[in-house]
Design a protein around this ligand. Structure first.
Ligand code: CA
Length: 487
């Protein structure tokens, strides 16, 4: 069966939604839709409690179990609810991916006097102060957990840098002799520092603690793979070592997906090569092709939709997606694909052979939230669910199989066919149109010669294939048209 990932959250879920409970209820439905993997949000206690999705990591060992940062539960619920959600998903035959955020920590419990230098925010390799001492919240003792599961105390030697009074400081200790760690992203001199207290991976005690934690985490709740956050801010050598050291905790080879946020292939290729192809990557370049498609619509040349993407050049490493929690409105990487092109984009990731697609919660369920600005002047933002999405997922599950033939013929109309397998109900023909109603001649293979296909959800529109399996398919204006065999 085709693999399909579902990203089970968005930036603005509220504690009242009780996501872990919601997922327990939805597990059976997800399986019926053909979802084989779910990506769950960071499940450990955030420095902001329920105030953000979980990327502001405070305590990796608090999965909604200890009274820390304002509550026992996380934004999504308690440890028991989290475990029950994973169990229900497993019972439905769905694998679970845990979101791993290891670049930084926030919400230190105590201040330490530490030596630092201030660096230029736009060129972090440039020091703009003498070494001096400051008081900084770099001591993490987790008093609410009181040493349960791990007695590891994080202090300033576990961190490379931090932000203090809006200035970025490099912390001076034995591991930062050579400055920032050598990370993939070299913009701003070095993009090692992203936020909070930046974790120091050259400290061997940190590396060991993070391996121990991974083993504990898998044993505690039993997930099946990883989604790794913020790769470009972490040295190339950390994750290969960490994955190697923790690989045996999984009964089967885990699916590992990395987030390297860059729209160009060169850094993604570099990362895969330098890390020994130990994971798959989100196809960020493809997301930006979709974003451009939505922005330019009729002027966008559909024949270029997959140019310079992972899906096209390294499909076996491509995790394709349309949008995610970071590209949502008001977010740091805002680049939300407009409704005018969203269905085109989903058809492209769900019905083609290349890449494993990841469907986004807010596109599937819709989402509504306030923008978080001035409380008296908050704008309500509503994301409509993609009306066609459930149908596309069912077609992926049931029909999108077999050899693929492309007909990328004109700037405003492209199409492709999947010939199906030996099961006569499989196979489909897909047309993406950004212009007026038009026809496209495509082939379904000789084995399908003489058969009739109908538009999914509209039996009035049909095509009968000739003896060679060719047909003239009508593409409805400005939308996606999908033909399937009549059952
Ligand atoms: Ca870093």
């Amino acid at each position: 069966m085709n693999l399909t990932i579902f990203q089970c959250f968005h930036w603005y879920n509220t504690p009242e939604e009780r996501l872990w409970v919601f997922l327990q209820e939805k597990a059976g439905y997800f399986a019926e839709l053909g979802i084989t993997h779910v990506w769950l949000p960071p499940a450990y206690k955030s420095a902001m409690g329920a105030g953000e999705p979980g990327y502001a990591v405070y305590d990796l060992y608090d999965l909604g179990e200890f009274d820390q940062k304002g509550s026992v539960p996380t934004r999504y619920g308690t440890l028991q609810e989290y475990k029950a959600a994973i169990d229900r998903l497993h019972e439905a035959g769905i694998k679970v991916l845990a979101d791993i955020v290891l670049n930084h920590k926030l919400g230190g419990d105590k201040e330490e006097q530490i030596p630092v230098v201030t660096v230029d925010a736009e060129n972090r390799k440039k020091w703009i102060s003498e070494e001096h001492w400051v008081s900084a919240p770099t001591l993490f003792t987790f008093p609410g957990r009181a040493g349960k599961y791990s007695d590891f105390i994080w202090d300033h030697r576990c961190f490379t840098g931090l932000k203090l009074n809006d200035e970025i400081k490099l912390i001076r200790h034995e591991y930062t002799d050579k400055g920032w760690d050598d990370v993939p992203a070299q913009d701003r001199g070095s993009f090692d520092y992203l936020m909070g207290c930046d974790i120091e991976f050259r400290n061997p005690y940190v590396r060991e603690e993070l391996k121990k934690w991974a083993v504990w985490y898998r044993e505690k709740v039993g997930f099946d793979g990883w989604r790794l956050d913020g790769l470009k801010h972490i040295s190339y050598d950390f994750f290969p070592e960490w994955l190697n050291a923790t690989g045996e905790i999984f009964p089967q080879k885990p699916l590992v997906i990395g987030e390297y946020w860059n729209g160009d292939m060169e850094p993604l290729n570099n990362y895969l090569e330098k890390t020994g192809y130990c994971m798959q990557l989100f196809d960020v370049p493809l997301h930006f092709r979709f974003f451009e498609g939505a922005s330019r619509l009729h002027e966008f040349d559909l024949r270029t939709i997959r140019d310079g993407t992972l899906m096209h050049t390294k499909p076996e490493y491509a995790i394709t997606f349309v949008d995610n929690h970071d590209t949502q409105p008001k977010q740091s990487l805002e680049s939300f694909v407009g409704a005018n092109f969203k269905t085109h984009a989903y058809a492209f990731i769900l019905l083609r052979e290349q890449g494993i697609p990841c469907v986004f919660y807010a596109d599937f369920f819709g989402a509504s939230y306030h923008d978080g600005g001035d409380e008296n002047n908050q704008e309500k933002i509503v994301i409509e669910k993609v009306s066609f999405l459930e149908q596309l997922m069912r077609i992926r599950k049931e029909k999108a199989y077999g050899p693929q033939s492309d007909h990328f013929d004109s700037p405003n109309l492209i199409g492709w066919t999947r010939q199906g397998t030996d099961d006569s109900h499989t196979g489909c023909a897909v047309l993406l149109n950004t212009g007026d109603t038009a026809e496209l001649s495509m082939e379904m293979g000789q084995k399908n010669g003489g058969r009739k296909m109908v538009v999914a959800g509209n039996n009035d529109l049909s095509v009968t294939l000739d003896e060679q399996g060719k047909g003239n398919f009508t593409a409805q204006g400005n939308i996606v048209t999908i033909y399937v065999f009549q059952d």
